[in-house]
Design a protein around this ligand. Structure first.
Ligand code: CP
Length: 304
């Protein structure tokens, strides 16, 4: 039985296969509408979500399956003190596959140790978010026509940004990737990503505070939100929250074919004026997330 806890649980060829299936679903959705008939997906969200939970549910419904779950830990027995291990033992009696989001790093790994059905990490604290990475990879592949030989700038909260950590882990396995890390020092990429992923894979990267200076060289700009919920100290959040606000004038020296990604939700870090610019790809990312999650559900359930 396979789980998806980290994007590195899949080989590059498996990710390529998922992208190919997602592309086929986009072209031919009718062929997939009964693939998961009588299968049940449980979505256990101990942390808020709009896109990830609803796209998983939409994905399963589009495959002809059913969904159950909770979107608020307070409405589950975890509010009475039930452990993740016990919750998963119970829910794996009711479902064929589980997508789980939890504020504690490593909670999906614990879940996988106690589950009789596949576990999907739908985001664990400031650690990983591998299914967002699947959406990001399909978006980059669609926009650029390739997943190698690109310069990707990550801007904002790189410390707690789990989508950033997972996408860098994925890109580390493609050739000719250059990473530009744009953040205040307080929100710099954690050492475990720098040392264990980028250094270990001899990735080419640079760190800067200035988005303006590096903008001309970027093929992809991955903006992120400064996440209020990850700060222990509100004063630090207030000081850092407006570190980067992308406005149309800041794109003057960007490549004409720059792709602007953001995992969303957005607060104010991308001006809404940019939404109608052809370089804005973040709502395409949302749509791609559903197709990649459909492909993922099929793979983990072993359905061709
Ligand atoms: N990108 C993402 O994880 O969004 P949600 O928090 O709304 O699921």
């Amino acid at each position: 039985m396979r789980n998806l806890l980290s994007i590195t649980d899949f080989s590059v060829s498996e990710i390529d296969e998922l992208i190919a299936v997602a592309e086929d679903i986009i072209k031919n959705p009718e062929a997939y509408q009964e693939k998961c008939k009588h299968k049940k997906l449980a979505t256990l969200f101990f942390e808020p979500s709009t896109r990830t939970r609803l796209s998983f549910e939409s994905a399963m419904l589009s495959l002809g399956g059913n969904v159950l779950g909770f979107s608020d830990a307070n409405s589950s027995s975890s509010s009475k003190g039930e452990s993740v291990a016990d919750t998963i033992r119970v829910v794996s009696c009711y479902s064929d596959i589980i997508a789980m989001r939890h504020p504690k790093e490593g909670a999906p790994l614990v879940a996988s140790m106690h589950s009789s059905v596949p576990i999907i990490n739908a985001g664990d604290g400031g650690h990983n978010h591998p299914t967002q990475t699947l959406a990001d990879l399909l978006t980059i592949k669609t926009e650029k026509g390739r997943l190698d030989n690109i310069t990707v700038g990550f801007c904002g909260d790189l410390k707690f940004g789990r989508t950033v950590h997972s996408l860098i882990q994925a890109l580390a396995r493609y050739k000719g990737i250059k990473i530009v890390l744009i953040s205040p020092k307080e929100l710099a990429i954690p050492d475990y990503v720098k040392v264990d992923v980028m250094d270990k894979n001899n990735m080419c990267y640079e760190e800067t505070r200035s988005l303006e200076e590096v903008m001309p060289k970027l093929d992809v700009l991955y903006m992120t939100r400064v996440q209020k919920e990850r700060f222990f100290n509100e004063d630090d959040y207030i000081r850092l929250k407006d570190s980067y606000i992308l406005t149309l004038d800041k794109l003057d020296n960007a490549k004409k074919d720059l792709s602007i990604l953001h995992p969303l939700p957005r607060v104010n870090e991308i001006s809404v004026d940019i939404d109608s610019d052809p370089r804005a790809c973040y709502f395409k990312q949302v749509a791609n997330g559903r197709y990649m999650r459909m492909a993922l559900i099929l793979k983990l359930l072993g359905i061709k």
